[in-house]
Design a protein around this ligand. Structure first.
Ligand code: CP
Length: 316
C-alpha cells in the first residue's frame, strides 16, 4: 500500500488498512527476530536519536534493540544528563541534534504534544514514544499485534481497558487502534479515573469490575499513574485493589478464558494479582517481544525508504 505518513504522533485517525499494514510488516520483522542472526541491513546509513525526557524501561530498550536489528546508527539522549538541566529549550536541543545530521527522532516527553511541536522545529521524522497523557502509539500497536495473534481477527472482540484511564496515553492509543480494527472497547474504572465525556469515544463504560469481566474477551490492565495526578482520586491502594484489582478468583467466577494484557510497569498486588500476571492467561511478555518487531516496522515505514523503493519500482 501507499504509506504516506512522515511522523507517528498517535493512532488517532489511522485507518484499518494503515494499521493492518504496520502489523503485517511487524510480522515480517518478527520472523527476522527468530533467525540465528536476527539482523538486517534495512536502515544502514540512517541515524536515529532516542530523545527520552521521561523514564522508560521497555520502550527505550525496545526501540534501541529495534534500531540495532535494522543496522541503524543510534544516539541516546537522557534529559537528566543533558544541557536541559542548564535551561536549554526543547527547540534548541532538537535543532542542535538535527545539525548533527539525524534522520529520525524517537521521543518520550511528559508534555502532551511535545512530539507534534518537534515536527515544527526539525525536518527529521518524529516517532512518539509516549507524550504525557496523550498517546503511546507503538504501545498501542504492540497490544494490537498481541491480540490479533491471539484472536486471529479483532472484529467483534471485546476488550476492556481497566484502571487509570484518564492519565493513560496507552488507553487512548488502544481505543483508536482497537476501534479501527473492528474491536469493541470497554472502559472499567472508578468515575475519578475516567476522562470527562469518555462515552464520546463510543465505548462501554463500567464502574464494576465483575460486570466488565462478564462482558470482556480480553483485558488491558493499567497501573495507577501516581506521577501524573493530584491526591484524592481514590482512598487507598488496598481499597482500589479490593474493588478494581484483577484476580484469578474474579476471573474464575466468570467461567470464561479471559486474556490479560498489561503495558507495564506492573504494580503487583494493586491493579493485578502478582501470580495472575505470570499465569497462562497473561500475554504480558508476548507484548514485550512483539514490541521489538512493531518498532522495527515503524522505524522502517516512517524512514521513507519504503516510499523511495516504490517510486523506483514505478519508474522502471
Ligand atoms: N509500557 C511502557 O511504556 O513502559 P516503559 O515506561 O517502561 O517504557
Amino acid at each position: 500500500m501507499d504509506f504516506n505518513r512522515k511522523h507517528l504522533l498517535g493512532l488517532e485517525g489511522f485507518t484499518r488498512e494503515e494499521i493492518s499494514y504496520i502489523l503485517d510488516t511487524s510480522e515480517s520483522f518478527k520472523e527476522v527476530l527468530s533467525r540465528q542472526i536476527p539482523k538486517v541491513p534495512t536502515l544502514r546509513g540512517k541515524t536515529i536519536v532516542n530523545l527520552f525526557f521521561e523514564d522508560s524501561t521497555r520502550t527505550r530498550i525496545s526501540f534501541e534493540l529495534a534500531e540495532k536489528r535494522l543496522s541503524a546508527d543510534t544516539v541516546n539522549f537522557s534529559a537528566s544528563t543533558s544541557s536541559v538541566k542548564k535551561g536549554e529549550t526543547l527547540r534548541d536541543t532538537a535543532r542542535n541534534i538535527e545539525a548533527m545530521k539525524i534522520d529520525m527522532v524517537v521521543m518520550r516527553h511528559a508534555a502532551a504534544g511535545a512530539p507534534l511541536y518537534l515536527t515544527q522545529c526539525v525536518d527529521a521524522a518524529i516517532i512518539n514514544a509516549g507524550d504525557g497523557q496523550h498517546e503511546h502509539p507503538t504501545q498501542g500497536l504492540l497490544d494490537l499485534m498481541t491480540l490479533r495473534t491471539k484472536f486471529g481477527s479483532l472484529d467483534g472482540v471485546k476488550v476492556a481497558i481497566v484502571g487509570d484511564i484518564s492519565h493513560s496515553r496507552v488507553a487512548r492509543s488502544n481505543i483508536y487502534g482497537l476501534q479501527a480494527l473492528g474491536a469493541e472497547v470497554g472502559l472499567c474504572a472508578p468515575p475519578t479515573f475516567l476522562p470527562y465525556q469518555a462515552e464520546q469515544w463510543n465505548v462501554e463504560i463500567f464502574h464494576n469490575l465483575d460486570e466488565a469481566l462478564e462482558w470482556a474477551d480480553a483485558l488491558n490492565v493499567l497501573r495507577i499513574q501516581l506521577e501524573r495526578q493530584e491526591k484524592g482520586l481514590f482512598s487507598t491502594l488496598r481499597e482500589y485493589h479490593n474493588l478494581f484489582g484483577v484476580t484469578r478468583e474474579r476471573l474464575e467466577r466468570t467461567g470464561k478464558d479471559i486474556t490479560i494484557l498489561h503495558p507495564g510497569p506492573i504494580n503487583r498486588g494493586v491493579e493485578i494479582e502478582s501470580e495472575l500476571a505470570d499465569s497462562e492467561c497473561s500475554l504480558i511478555l508476548d507484548q514485550v517481544t512483539n514490541g521489538v518487531a512493531v518498532r522495527m516496522a515503524v522505524l522502517y515505514l516512517f524512514s521513507g525508504l519504503q516510499k523511495q523503493a516504490e517510486l523506483k519500482e514505478k519508474s522502471k
